[in-house]
Write a protein that binds this ligand. Structure first.
Ligand code: UTP
Length: 407
């Protein structure tokens, strides 16, 4: 790409400032910048001129398979789940491409050490939890790990160095998600250096299409994998390929399943599993009316009661059917360091920029049906989002200890 080609690409989007420092760059830097512009997908900016958030449909409550019902049928569900796992029909997808900006840790989040008297990395907690299942089943499950361009190398090196915490390397596969440009409030793309465009991972919703691009759907077809269990890196009590969850979802005949926790109180700020125009969906706390928040079922439970914890089971055939469908693009308001028009570094203390993200939770609405599966919060939900306070290293440590994990 020449400078003129770059200008032609940027002009219609009012982004020619990306070439502001071009003439002062070395030849190598110029090439670097032009190559970034060449690869830049500017179509995300078209979204800015359409309606910011898609209109939502009509919401209705969606009941869950409750803890009591699960306990009553646990033996049967476990048997169904273990057979599917042993037959190689279940694989896991770890979403680890995020930047973890709230935690403020400069390495991939999975490398965070939650140990106190010894080292205990987030990745280690997850591998250990998965190995509880593979030991019980007597067979490994394939684990696909999504990274981003910013953390791929470090993640791979760390896991290799730590011998995948005892997991079989043959069953671990990596794939890299796409990046999107970061913009300011005037919709101008930011730069982090005179030859570097500010980019961020494009959210956790693109995992299946990124797996496709990486050629992993061939592995799925070859191995006969029918279910993918997708989960977040930051919940250290996460149970993945959980045989009881797998068995219950298969038994329900639903095309997907979502682990959920009963709300701690009606106002809790969580996305809740529900129906939207008759299809499974997730309604965010800020989208709920007061009436919805307080609505109750005849037995007294909240009608919109089951908050998602980013642990879903999807049927691979249904995911393939929806591969060509576009997910809505969300704009996340974040703090992003960048250079100003004079090339000076700016380190904002408040959110100053917007990142473009698609979200895995929007994939639920593309499914025909979803089993909401209630788990016990104290046993399965210890997210690490912040350094201190709510959903933090501190709260996760307390929950790990409560579950008998030595720190
Ligand atoms: P979060 O929404 O908590 O985002 O991710 P984050 O980037 O990790 O953290 P903050 O918001 O900057 O503090 C939920 C899950 O989705 C993954 C994360 O790694 C985490 O497991 N994720 C998020 C991706 O894999 N890619 C993304 O682009 C964003």
């Amino acid at each position: 790409m020449t400078k003129q080609d770059a200008l032609n690409k940027l002009q219609p989007y009012d982004q020619t400032h990306l070439l502001r420092f071009y003439d002062d760059l070395t030849e190598r830097q110029q090439e670097r910048l032009l190559s970034q512009i060449e690869q830049l997908d500017l179509s995300v900016l078209d979204q800015l001129h359409t309606e910011a958030e898609a209109k939502r449909g009509e919401f209705e409550p969606l009941g869950a398979l409750t803890q009591t019902e699960i306990t009553e049928n646990e033996k049967y569900f476990r048997g169904v789940g273990l057979s599917a796992i042993r037959a190689g029909k279940v694989a896991c997808v770890l979403l680890a491409g995020g930047q973890g900006s709230r935690l403020g840790f400069e390495h991939p989040k999975g490398m965070y050490n939650v140990g106190i008297t010894k080292e205990l990395y987030i990745f280690e907690c997850l591998f250990r939890n998965l190995m509880d299942v593979t030991e019980e089943a007597g067979s490994f499950v394939h684990l696909m790990i999504m990274t981003s361009e910013s953390n791929d190398e470090e993640t791979r090196a760390f896991l290799e160095e730590n011998h995948y915490f005892g997991y079989s390397k043959e069953y671990v596969h990596f794939f890299v998600q796409e990046m999107a440009p970061v913009i300011d409030s005037d919709h101008h793309i930011l730069m982090t250096a005179p030859d570097q465009i500010a980019m961020s991972p494009n959210g956790n919703g693109g995992w299946f299409s990124s797996m496709n691009r990486a050629g992993l759907l061939r592995l799925i077809a070859r191995e006969g994998i029918e279910w993918l269990n997708v989960f977040a890196v930051d919940n250290v009590l996460q149970r993945m390929a959980d045989p009881v969850f797998v068995g219950a979802t298969i038994d329900s005949k639903c095309t997907c399943g979502g682990k959920a926790v009963a709300k701690a109180d009606p106002q809790e700020r969580v996305g809740v599993l529900c129906l939207e125009d008759g299809k499974p969906s997730i309604v965010e706390y800020y989208e709920m009316t007061d009436a919805m928040i307080h609505q109750r079922e005849p037995d007294g439970t909240l009608s919109y009661n089951y908050g998602v914890i980013l642990n879903y089971l999807f049927r691979t055939d249904k995911l393939m059917d929806s591969l060509s469908r576009k997910l809505p693009l969300h704009m996340a308001h974040k703090q992003v360091a960048h250079i100003d028009e004079k090339g000076n570094m700016v380190n904002p203390e408040e959110p100053n920029a917007y990142k473009f993200e698609t979200l895995v939770l929007d994939m639920i609405h593309m499914q025909e049906s979803c089993l909401a599966y209630e788990v016990v919060r104290e046993k399965e939900f210890a997210p690490i989002k912040n350094k201190t306070g709510v959903d933090s290293v501190e709260s996760a440590r307390a929950l790990l200890e409560k579950n008998g994990v030595v720190l």
